[in-house]
Design a protein around this ligand. Structure first.
Ligand code: IMP
Ligand code: MG
Length: 479
C-alpha cells in the first residue's frame, strides 16, 4: 500500500495539532490512533499504556476496532507481543496463527489479520505501545514503521505532559478553562480501567478471573429478548463472556427479587439463542465452575500460598501440544527416547508424550544435591537410566531450567553414553538466573525470576498437584 510522503506529513500535522489541544487524553489518543491508521493504510490502531507494575497494558485510545476487541480487559504484558516491550518493532503477519497474540480466536472473529507494534519510549524506557491492525494480510513498509515510531515519540511527550498536569493536580483546578486540565485521567491502572463496572461484585469477579488467568470480556454483547412490532422492547446484556470456556456469565447477589428476574432473562435467552452458553453464578458457584472447567478441585485453601497464577491449565495444555507437534515433526521417521529428571517433570512428561506422534520410549533419572565439605554442594545421581541410550535419539525433558547446573550435569552424563543425538525440551526457562549456558531446543514458557510451583513443580515437596503454574508468595520462602 504505497503511501506518499504527503500523506505521512498531513497525518503528522494533524497528530501534532491534536496532541497540542486541550481535549481529554482519551480523545487525543483516539484521534492520534485514527490519523495513524489512515496514514499507513491500516484498518485500526490503538495506543496502549503499560501499568506501573509493568505487567498489563491498558488501552488509552483506539480507532477502527470493535467494542468487543477493546473490551478484552487489560492485556497481559508478558503474553501480548512481549518483544515490543523490549523496545522492538514487531510485525505479526497473521494474528490468528501467532503465539505472541493473547487472544487469537478473538482476533480472528474481529478480522484482525496483520499487526504491527512499536514501542512508546520515554527517555529510552518503554512505557507503552502503538499497534496498527489490518483486516487482510499486509506488509508494513519501513516508511510505515518509521511513521509509527514518530507517532510514538509524539505520544510519549503527550503522556509526559499528562503526568505533569497530574502532579500539578489541584493547581489547575483553580479557575475557568484550566478546570478541564484537572479532569485528565490519572495515569494509574485503577483509574484507567478499560472497563467501568456497574457493580462492585463484577469488579471482584474480574479480579478472581484475573487471578486464575481466565480471559474475560465485560458485557461484550446484548441480546434482544422481546420485540414490539419491529422495535426491540427488551434487551439482556450478560455481565461477562469467557472466551476460553465459550461461556456467558451473569452474576447474582443474594437478593431473591433480583434472582427471580435474572432467572427469567437467562431462561428466555436460552430459549431464543440455544447456541449460547450462559450461567447464572454467585460467588460460591465460581469454585464449582473452576473445577468443572478443568482448573482442578480448588478449595480456596489449596491456593493459599499462591501469589498469582502464571499459566492456567488450558494455556499449558495448548503450549504442550504445540511443543509435541514440533518435536514429532523434527523427529519424523525416527524413534525417540524421552528422558525426564524426577520429580518435577512428571506432569509435563506425561502430557507431552501423549501428544507425540512417534514411536517413543521413556526413562527417568533422579539427581540430588548434598551439602558438600567446605564450599558448595555436591551433585549425585540417585537414580540412573534403566536402559541403554547408546546410538539412540534422546530428548532430555526438564520442568524448569534455572541456573542450568542440573541440566548441564545430566547432559554430560547422557553424552558419556554416546547417544546418536541429544536435545533438550524444557517447559520453563528462568533465563534471568542462568549460570551455565546450556542449549535449549524446545522451550514452553520463559518465566520471570520468581519461585514457581504447580504442574509438578514443588516447594519443599508441596504444591506439585496444582493443575496450573503459579508464583509462590515470596514471604513463604524461608531459605
Ligand atoms: P538449576 O540446576 O538451577 O537449573 O535448577 C533446576 C532445578 O531446580 C529444577 O529442575 C527444579 O527442580 C528446581 N527449581 C528451580 N527453580 C524452581 C522454581 O521456581 N520452582 C520449583 N523448582 C525450581
Ligand atoms: Mg527438576
Amino acid at each position: 500500500m504505497g503511501k506518499s510522503r504527503g500523506s505521512y506529513y498531513l497525518a503528522l500535522k494533524q497528530i501534532a495539532k491534536t496532541a497540542n489541544s486541550d481535549s481529554s487524553l482519551r480523545k487525543i489518543c483516539n484521534s492520534i490512533a485514527k490519523s495513524a491508521a489512515k496514514a499507513i493504510g491500516a484498518n485500526g490502531c490503538r495506543i496502549l499504556l503499560l501499568n506501573p507494575q509493568r505487567d498489563h497494558l491498558i488501552t488509552l485510545g483506539a480507532y477502527g476496532l470493535s467494542d468487543l476487541y477493546l473490551r478484552k480487559g487489560p492485556l497481559d504484558a508478558r503474553k501480548s507481543l512481549p518483544k515490543v516491550l523490549e523496545g522492538k518493532v514487531i510485525v505479526i503477519p497473521d494474528a490468528s496463527k501467532d503465539e505472541q497474540v493473547q487472544h487469537p480466536q478473538v482476533a480472528e472473529s474481529q478480522r484482525v489479520c496483520s499487526i504491527v507494534g512499536v514501542p512508546i519510549l520515554k527517555q529510552g524506557e518503554v512505557i507503552g505501545e502503538i499497534r496498527a491492525y489490518t483486516h487482510e494480510p499486509h506488509q508494513f513498509s519501513e516508511a510505515d514503521k518509521n511513521f509509527l515510531i514518530t507517532t510514538a515519540n509524539t505520544t510519549a511527550i503527550l503522556l509526559e505532559r499528562a503526568e505533569l498536569r497530574l502532579l500539578l493536580g489541584k493547581n489547575y483546578q483553580a479557575s475557568g478553562k484550566q478546570a478541564k486540565l484537572a479532569q485528565l485521567p490519572r495515569l494509574t491502572t485503577a483509574s484507567l480501567r478499560p472497563v467501568e463496572f456497574a457493580h462492585p461484585s463484577e469488579e471482584e469477579f474480574a479480579k478472581l478471573l484475573d487471578f486464575y488467568c481466565i480471559e474475560w470480556l465485560y458485557e461484550p454483547r446484548s441480546f434482544p429478548l422481546r420485540w414490539a412490532g419491529n422495535e426491540i422492547a427488551e434487551m439482556f446484556t450478560p455481565d461477562f463472556y469467557l472466551p476460553e470456556l465459550d461461556l456467558y456469565v451473569e452474576l447474582t447477589t443474594l437478593k431473591q427479587s433480583l434472582i427471580t428476574e435474572k432467572n427469567r432473562k437467562v431462561r428466555q435467552l436460552k430459549e431464543l439463542y440455544p447456541e449460547i452458553n450462559i450461567k447464572l453464578l454467585n460467588k460460591n458457584d465460581f469454585f464449582k465452575l473452576l473445577a468443572k472447567y478443568d482448573y482442578g478441585p480448588l478449595g480456596e485453601a489449596k491456593v493459599e500460598g499462591v501469589n498469582r497464577i502464571l499459566y492456567s491449565r488450558s494455556q499449558i495444555q495448548r503450549r504442550v501440544r504445540t511443543l509435541a507437534r514440533r518435536i514429532s515433526h523434527d523427529y519424523t521417521g525416527q524413534r525417540l527416547v524421552m528422558v525426564g529428571i524426577l520429580k518435577g517433570v512428571v506432569c509435563f512428561m506425561t502430557d507431552l508424550m501423549q501428544h507425540i506422534s512417534l514411536p517413543i520410549s521413556i526413562d527417568f533419572m533422579a539427581i540430588s544435591y548434598y551439602g558438600g565439605e567446605g564450599d558448595g554442594e555436591v551433585i549425585k545421581i540417585t537414580k540412573d537410566l534403566d536402559s541403554s541410550i547408546t546410538g539412540k535419539h534422546v530428548l532430555m525433558v526438564e520442568d524448569i531450567v534455572d541456573t542450568g547446573m542440573t541440566l548441564n550435569y545430566a547432559l554430560a552424563h547422557l553424552l558419556a553414553h554416546n547417544p546418536a543425538t541429544l536435545h533438550v525440551c524444557t517447559l520453563l526457562d528462568k533465563r534471568a538466573r542462568r549460570l551455565i549456558n546450556v542449549p535449549l531446543d524446545y522451550i514452553g514458557f520463559e518465566v520471570p525470576d520468581e519461585f514457581v510451583v504447580g504442574y509438578g513443580l514443588d516447594y519443599k515437596g508441596e504444591y506439585r498437584n496444582l493443575p496450573f503454574i503459579a508464583i509462590l508468595k515470596p514471604e513463604l520462602i524461608t531459605d
